[in-house]
Unconditional design. Structure first.
Lengths: 293, 245, 242
């Protein structure tokens, strides 16, 4: 029993880490979620850009859709072929992720084209290559993130013994990962990558908003370069956060020294520890950076 | 049918979609052979939901468009699922009524207690909840056996189909015609997805016919939508660099 | 497996109380949409989005304990949500400090508008906030006082989600075979409905307990009470009648 739970924690943590990285890159490749408002604002202040403007919805619901589509398709496929065993689960999850990928392709292209059409007053043209070049990249990241999230749902259901059915777990972790991805990794994209022309070490003042960097390493910036940049820092931190959540949650269920309340005790201790770490980091930053002005 | 819907008011669109949607649910339940017709009849429900999201979100609510959508769909889905899980026969229709009431009560709270200055809040939130309830009830009929497996997907897919038309076309030049055409394309995409899943895990024949009709509809609506994009857009180019400022 | 017995009326009350708690929790979790540009204190996402993400983690945690009684369900949900909020704040602060290069600072406190403190200092640590805010922004990251408020919000949201989940489960499990999954789905629905209403009150941004917007909490309380009562009533009627 403990071995199964430990295996679940190990597998789950690793898969969650990967899912977090891929999810963040997928959203950065399409400038989704909150930084999207800056890409949306840019033409209004005269910056005609070549970003892929994939505004599907807030990150949590869209991510929940990809995870749920992939997991439901995988489950129905397994039922249809009467397949059991881990090999078939992996193949079915890949098939489910393909369906999610096609859906994202449709939603993403619709959003980009339709939003560009709404920018008529600001003279933003639709460049086909600015859509068609990043599209396969974001689809590929989506495939990987949907695939890992589906496998993670199966791990949570089968190895960790959660009583919910797999699609419901997929929806829950999809929402959670979307919330985490939009609040950790996207800050790096929104405050650093989009505003690289401004000096490092300051937040983006309200008056500067919309003044995004439209110049890239070669010519104008496109959405293929963006994941290349954010993969260095934003992606791993998102993965770390989500991976730690799944791993710590699973790990605290492996021990049973205080009966059913063990999980609550261990998790409370972990929360205190994490609070301490966060406070230490804040203290360190204040000491190193000092006040402005 | 689609060009004319751009001129009618959201109230009339809702009443039409409610009757057509209930007809679609009855058709697919009692006469599976007519499922292609039922598929066409359910699309107005999605359009009505998308239109309600548009009417609400146009005011700038202080919360995202997506929050409005998933909240409205949650009202519809929760009402339908409560009713459906306990009483499958009549449940769908009672669920639509409960969703309408729930939407109205929530809108009333937002209007009277939170004091939002949106004149259409009560009406549109009730209509949003009821439209999503109609769409969800229809999609549930495609899966008679594996209800709990499929219900999360139905909930979230309807949510996206309802919010995305407005959210995806947002901007200064957004107009109702393009948004509604995009809503039609995405409604048919959603029914195509769930139809093909139903062909695999639920009602096989019905699922296939729903998916086939939806694919045809998707192509028609996508072309219609792209025509209105060509009318609205500043310029379409294969490639190029923005002019120097 | 423990036999659960709870009066349907009491279970409906549990759903109402849980729904209200869910609504209130949104006021405590610091969130701000422009946080994604490090332009405002708070986790960089919509208030309802983050609360919903945290609440679902709570319900997922609570589901393991559904046979162990109400108190453990609530406690599991609470720590599950609080863990999610804490980790998100840690991750977000790491990005802010090492990716953007800004120290966490509370904009409202720096302007001297904190609800509980008089000056411009963090009420827990006593650290000065004023000079640490980038000029032109409303703070960035999550300083200690906001972090604590977020944990409190997570605890409330998770406990509330657990209460809704457990209430619905005890209501429907005599009539259904697979009641846990149905209860999970419906609890997520009730959670969603209740956590968007406060977002109307907060208008996209809050710093948690120390924000002036905490004074509008009564609006959230009453509207969530009305809406949760409606849904609890529907559930109760359906379960008793059919």
């Amino acid at each position: 029993m403990v071995e199964t739970l430990l295996a679940g924690a190990a597998f789950g943590g690793a898969l969650a880490f990967l899912a977090g990285v891929f999810e963040n890159e997928e959203s950065d490749a399409g400038s989704a979620s909150n930084p999207n408002s800056q890409v949306q604002l840019a033409p209004q202040i005269g910056h005609i850009h070549r970003y892929y403007n994939k505004a599907i919805s807030g990150e949590p619901p869209q991510n929940a859709l990809w995870a749920t589509v992939a997991a439901t398709t995988a489950l129905l496929l397994l039922d249809f072929f009467d397949a059991t065993g881990s090999g078939s689960i992996v193949i079915a999850s890949a098939a489910g992720a393909v369906v999610a990928m096609l859906l994202q392709c449709a939603y993403g292209s619709f959003a980009h084209i339709s939003r560009t059409a709404s920018m008529k007053n600001f003279k933003q043209p639709l460049y086909w290559d600015a859509l068609l070049v990043p599209l396969p990249l974001s689809m590929a990241y989506l495939f990987l993130s949907a695939f890992t999230m589906t496998l993670l749902s199966f791990v949570i259901h089968h190895l960790m013994g959660n009583p919910f059915p797999v699609p419901l777990i997929a929806m829950f972790i999809g929402f959670t990962l979307g919330a985490i991805g939009s609040s950790t990794g996207d800050v790096f994209y929104g405050a650093e990558r989009l505003y690289q022309q401004y000096i490092f070490g300051s937040g983006i003042a309200i008056s500067k908003q919309g003044d995004i960097d439209i110049r890239g390493e070669y010519g104008h910036r496109n959405s293929v370069d963006t994941p290349y940049f954010t993969l260095r820092f934003g992606g791993p931190i998102t993965g770390l956060t989500f991976g730690m959540l799944i791993f710590l949650d699973a790990l605290s269920r492996t021990l049973h020294f205080a009966g059913s309340w063990t999980f609550v005790l261990i998790a409370t201790m972990m929360i205190c520890l994490l609070f301490g770490i966060t406070t230490y980091i804040e203290w360190y930053a204040r000491k190193r950076y000092g006040p402005y002005g | 049918m689609i060009p004319s819907t751009t001129k009618i008011s959201s109230y009339r669109l809702f009443v039409i979609s409610l009757f057509l949607g209930i007809g679609a649910i009855l058709l697919i339940r009692f006469c599976p052979a007519a499922s292609p017709l039922a598929t066409i009849l359910i699309w107005p429900a999605f359009l009505s939901g998308a239109n309600s999201v548009r009417e609400l979100a146009r005011y700038g609510l202080g919360t995202g468009t997506s929050s409005i959508g998933y909240w409205g769909a949650a009202l519809g889905a929760t009402a339908v699922y409560i009713m459906h899980l306990v009483e499958p026969g009549l449940g769908s229709f009672l669920g639509i009524g409960v969703a309408f009431l729930g939407g109205a009560i929530t809108g009333l709270c937002a209007q009277k207690i939170i004091r939002m200055r949106i004149p259409v809040m009560i009406r549109e939130s009730a209509m949003l909840a009821a439209s999503t309830a109609v769409a969800i009830s229809f999609l549930l009929e495609l899966f008679p056996s594996c209800l709990l497996t499929i219900s999360p997907l139905i909930y979230i897919a309807v949510t996206l189909a309802v919010i995305h038309p407005f959210n995806g076309s947002m901007g200064a030049g957004e107009n109702k015609r393009r948004t509604i055409r995009l809503a039609a394309a995405e409604a048919s995409m959603t029914t195509a997805l769930l139809g093909s899943l139903a062909a695999m895990g639920g009602a096989h024949g019905v699922g296939l016919s729903v998916a086939a009709v939806s694919c045809a509809g998707f192509i028609i609506f996508a072309v219609l939508w792209f025509n209105s994009v060509k009318d609205d857009i500043y310029e379409i180019r294969w490639t190029g660099f923005p002019a120097e400022e | 497996m423990m036999v659960i017995y709870m009066d349907p009326l009491a279970a409906s009350m549990l759903v109402i109380a849980g729904g209200v708690l869910v609504g209130i929790c949104v006021h405590f979790i610091p969130t701000s949409a422009v946080g994604a540009m490090s332009a405002s204190t708070g986790i960089a996402t919509g208030p309802s989005m983050l609360s919903f993400g945290a609440g679902l983690t709570g319900i997922l945690s609570a589901s393991y304990a559904v046979d162990e009684g109400l108190s453990l369900v609530m406690a599991s949900g609470a720590v599950g949500s609080a863990l999610m909020v804490t980790l998100t704040i840690l991750g977000s602060n790491i990005v802010n400090i090492f990716g953007i290069g800004v120290p966490p600072a509370s904009g409202q406190t720096a302007r001297g508008q904190s609800v509980l403190a008089r000056g411009t200092k963090d009420i827990i640590t006593g650290w000065e906030q004023k000079g640490f805010v980038t000029p032109g922004t409303d703070g960035h990251g999550m300083p200690v006082q906001t972090h604590l408020s977020g944990i409190a919000g997570g605890v409330m949201g998770g406990a509330g989600g657990g209460m809704v989940f457990y209430g619905i489960y005890t209501l429907i499990h005599p009539t259904m075979i697979d009641a846990i999954s149905a209860a999970g789905l419906l609890a997520a629905g009730v959670f969603l409905i209740n956590c968007v209403l406060p977002a109307y009150t907060l208008v996209g941004k809050t710093e948690g307990l120390f924000d002036q917007k905490i004074r509008r909490i009564h609006k959230t309380f009453f509207s969530c009470l009305v809406v949760s009562t409606f849904f609890a009533l529907v559930l109760y009627t359906v379960v008793v009648l059919f």
